[in-house]
Design a protein. Structure first.
Length: 96
C-alpha cells in the first residue's frame, strides 16, 4: 500500500509519460494484464488509456488491471490510469 507522499511522488514522475496501453471495446483480458505486468517489470511506472468505446467503467477497468498485474493504482485522471509496481530486477525509482 502506498502512502500519500509516495503517490504524490509517483504522480509527478508519471506526468510526462505517454500511455503505452489502451483499453477499448474488448475490455481487459488475460493477455493484456500479462503484457502490462511485463511492462511494469521493465518500467515500474506506466499509464493506461481507456478509450471512449470501452463498455466498462474506468474505475472497474483500473481495478481489474491493478489486480491482474498485481500493481498499485496510483491515480485515475480523466480516462488515464497510472500504475506502479516495484521491479524485482530493474529498480529505477526510489520512493520517499
Amino acid at each position: 500500500m502506498l502512502t500519500g507522499k509516495q503517490k504524490r511522488f509517483l504522480r509527478s514522475k508519471a506526468h510526462h509519460l505517454n500511455p503505452i496501453f489502451q483499453v477499448g471495446k474488448g475490455g481487459v483480458n488475460e493477455n493484456m494484464t500479462k503484457q502490462i505486468r511485463e511492462a511494469l517489470e521493465a518500467r515500474e511506472l506506466l499509464k493506461v488509456s481507456v478509450l471512449q468505446n470501452c463498455d466498462e467503467d474506468r474505475d472497474e477497468v483500473a481495478e481489474a488491471i491493478a489486480k491482474g498485474a498485481e500493481a498499485e493504482l496510483v491515480q485515475i485522471i480523466g480516462n488515464t490510469i497510472v500504475l506502479y509496481k516495484e521491479s524485482s530486477e530493474n529498480k529505477q525509482l526510489v520512493l520517499p
